[in-house]
Design a protein around this ligand. Structure first.
Ligand code: FAD
Length: 304
C-alpha cells in the first residue's frame, strides 16, 4: 500500500510552520494562527504542498504580501501558503515576467530599469504580483488589467495552465481566478518602451502623493471598502463623521477615511467591529451599502 506523505516528510525541504500566528505577516498586524503555514520557493514545492493538501482533504488558502487581508482571530484551518519566496523577475523586449510572490513594487522598479512604461501607477501598491492579479489592483487611473497580458495558474487539481487576458476576465477588483479557486504562479506584464527618467519621475510623484494622503506610518490594509457606484467610500465615511471612530485598537484613519489603522494592538475582531459600524452608519445616513474590498478570511475565535 502507498504510504501518504505527512507534513513532516515535506519539512525541512519546504519551510513549514505549525500553528503560526498570521499577525506576524499581515499588514494590519492582526489575525489568528494558520494550522499549517508553508513558504514554497518554487512551483514544484507549491505543487507538492497542494498534492499533500488534496491527499489529506485539507482546505487551501493562498497569501501574497497580506496587504489586503483580514484574517479572523480564530485563524485558518488546513494549509496556508505564503508565496513571497517565489519572487523571480525577468525582462525581455517589452515584457516583464514575474513570479506570483514578487513584490509589485519590485516589478515597477524592474520595468523602470528597462525603460518600460505604463506600470508607474503601481509604484506604491504594497502587494505581491499574485495578489495584484487576483484583486486587479489599481491606482491613479491605472490597473493591472491594462498591463498584464497573461498568467500561469495552478488549478485546484494541481495542473499548470496559462490564462490569457480574456480568460483572466478582469473587472473592478475582480479576476476569474477568484471564482475558479486557482493559484496565480506568475504573470506577464506587456509594457511599452518609454524614457527611464520620465518613468522614475512619475513613480516618485505618485509615491509622494500617496504619502501625503494615506496613513502609511501606521499598519492598515489599504482602502477597506470598494468604491460604490456614483460615490467615494472615503467621502461617505468622512461625511458620516466617522473619522477617529475606534473600537479596541482599530480606528478609522484621521488622515484618510477609507483606511482603518491599527493604533493600539488591534485584533481582527476590532477591525471587523469597526467595519460593521461604518457600514451601518453610512447605510443609515446615506442609504449606500459599502462592500468590503479587503478580503476577510479564516474563522471566528472560539467563545470561552
Ligand atoms: C498602505 C496600503 C496601500 C494600498 N494601496 C492600494 C492601491 O493603491 N490600489 C490597490 O488596488 N490596492 C491597494 N492596497 C491593497 C493591496 O496592496 C492590493 O490589493 C494588493 O494587490 C494585494 O496583494 P497581496 O499580495 O498583499 O494580497 P494578499 O493580501 O496576500 O491577498 C489578497 C487576496 O488575494 C489572494 N491571493 C494572493 N496571492 C494569490 C495568488 N498567488 N493566487 C491566488 N490568489 C492570491 C488571497 O487569497 C486574498 O484573497 C493597499 C494596501 C495597503 C496596506
Amino acid at each position: 500500500m502507498m504510504q501518504s506523505k505527512t507534513v513532516v516528510d515535506l519539512y525541512p525541504k519546504i519551510e513549514i510552520l505549525l500553528n503560526e500566528p498570521l499577525s506576524k505577516y499581515t499588514h494590519t498586524l492582526t489575525g489568528g494562527p494558520a494550522d499549517i503555514l508553508a513558504f514554497p520557493k518554487s512551483i514544484k514545492e507549491c505543487q507538492e504542498m497542494l498534492d499533500y493538501a488534496n491527499e489529506q482533504s485539507l482546505p487551501v488558502t493562498v497569501v501574497g504580501n497580506a496587504s489586503n487581508l483580514i484574517v479572523k482571530d480564530g485563524g485558518i484551518r488546513g494549509l496556508t501558503m505564503i508565496l513571497t519566496k517565489m519572487n523571480r523577475i525577468s525582462s525581455h523586449d517589452n515584457e516583464v515576467v514575474a513570479d506570483a510572490g514578487a513584490a509589485l513594487i519590485d516589478v515597477t522598479k524592474a520595468a523602470q530599469a528597462h525603460s518600460l512604461t505604463h506600470l508607474e501607477f503601481a509604484a506604491g501598491i504594497p502587494g505581491s504580483v499574485g495578489g495584484a492579479v487576483f484583486m486587479n489592483a489599481g491606482a491613479y487611473g491605472g490597473e493591472i488589467a491594462n498591463v498584464v497580458s497573461g498568467a500561469e495558474v495552478l488549478t485546484p487539481d494541481n495542473h499548470i495552465i496559462h490564462l490569457n487576458h480574456q480568460e483572466l476576465d478582469f473587472g473592478y477588483r475582480h479576476c476569474s481566478v477568484q471564482e475558479n479557486h486557482q493559484i496565480v504562479i506568475s504573470a506577464t506584464f506587456s509594457l511599452e518602451v518609454g524614457i527611464a527618467d520620465k518613468i522614475q519621475k512619475r513613480m516618485d510623484h505618485l509615491n509622494a502623493l500617496r504619502a501625503s494622503k494615506q496613513p502609511l506610518e501606521l499598519p492598515s490594509c489599504g482602502s477597506v471598502f470598494k468604491r460604490p457606484t456614483g460615490y467615494f467610500a472615503g467621502k461617505l465615511i468622512h461625511d458620516a463623521g466617522l473619522q477617529g471612530f475606534q473600537i479596541g485598537g482599530a480606528q478609522v484613519s484621521m488622515k484618510h477615511a477609507g483606511f482603518i489603522v491599527n493604533v493600539d494592538g488591534a485584533t481582527a475582531t476590532d477591525y471587523l467591529n469597526v467595519i460593521a459600524h461604518v457600514q451601518k452608519t453610512v447605510y443609515d445616513k446615506f442609504g449606500v451599502h459599502l462592500e468590503t474590498e479587503v478580503r476577510i478570511i479564516g474563522e471566528d475565535p472560539k467563545s470561552n
